[in-house]
Design a protein around this ligand. Structure first.
Ligand code: F6R
Length: 263
């Protein structure tokens, strides 16, 4: 894992956006894995700005979202389909047939999960997967206790996650309990992963993910088993890392040829 400590979430998001831009500029058939929630909003904003100023061709990329609420149709304002249309697909002029989000209102949920997993296998592998992290260490919505070899399936959100997500709903009660989420094996099959985390509320989860044991009790810790993960954090989220000074030193002393992926 490569930990990249930034001062602010703006700086961190710009760095992640440059990384994503390099991916699509170097391979116009890139497959991107995308997250929702508060964390990637600035990354998407920056990426959209960079794409329009550099005139990058996104016609042939494919995107897969990590998750969707069960029971929310794409036109529901709190659905992840709606979020993605608003913050990413529409501003970038992407077509419906390039962008995939699990269907939360599918009649047969297990079948939909299987279809989504098969689609990723067919069009993938995902070249670059963007992740956030929950306070309980979830990635996607693989909550503590999730199988570390899981594929796309239905999961139940913990009370903590339901509360955290309530900010996007009218009330706590209207947050769906169930989601369709890519599994941990699905996430690990991406070629490269960038995880963003901002604010002190994430500091515990980040420290355990990077420096704790690999455990299903902290699902993000499984990223230690992936060969290409960048963890880009602001000061708050980095505040409980034991080896923070070392991560800073590593990044500051990167050879020039390694820096190119962020330029
Ligand atoms: C969202 C997702 C989740 C979030 C996590 C953090 O698609 O898969 O794992 O990344 O819950 O959410 P925020 O960014 O709102 O703190």
């Amino acid at each position: 894992m490569e930990v990249i400590p930034c001062q602010t979430k703006q700086e961190a998001s710009r760095m992640a956006a440059r990384f994503m831009l390099n991916q699509v500029a170097n391979n116009k058939y890139s497959v991107l894995g995308l997250a929702t929630g508060g964390t990637p909003l600035l990354l998407y904003e920056e990426f959209i700005k960079m794409v329009s100023s550099k005139d990058v061709d996104l016609e042939s990329i494919t995107t897969f979202n990590l998750d969707e609420y069960v029971g929310l149709a794409p036109n529901h304002k709190a659905s992840y389909s709606f979020y993605m249309n608003k913050h990413f697909f529409e501003p970038l002029g992407l077509n419906e047939d390039q962008c995939f989000v699990p269907n939360g209102v599918a009649h047969d949920i297990p079948k939909e999960c299987e279809r989504y997993e098969d689609l990723i296998l067919e069009k993938g592998p995902i070249d670059l997967q963007v992740l956030g992290i929950g306070r309980d260490g979830h990635i996607g919505f693989n909550e503590p206790g999730s199988s570390l070899v899981s594929s796309t399936r239905i999961k139940t959100l913990t009370e903590e996650t339901q509360k955290d997500n309530a900010q996007f709903f009218d009330s706590n009660e209207s947050v769906p309990k169930h989601v369709i989420t890519m599994g941990i094996r699905t996430i690990l099959s991406a070629k490269r992963i960038v995880l963003l985390a901002f604010g002190e509320a994430k500091a515990d989860a980040v420290a355990k993910m990077v420096e704790g044991p690999v455990s299903a009790s902290l699902p993000a810790s499984v990223l230690q088993m992936h060969s290409s993960v960048k963890v880009i954090v602001d000061e708050g989220a980095a505040s409980k890392l034991n080896k923070l000074d070392y991560y800073k030193e590593v990044f500051a002393n990167k050879p020039t040829w390694q820096r190119k992926e962020f330029l």
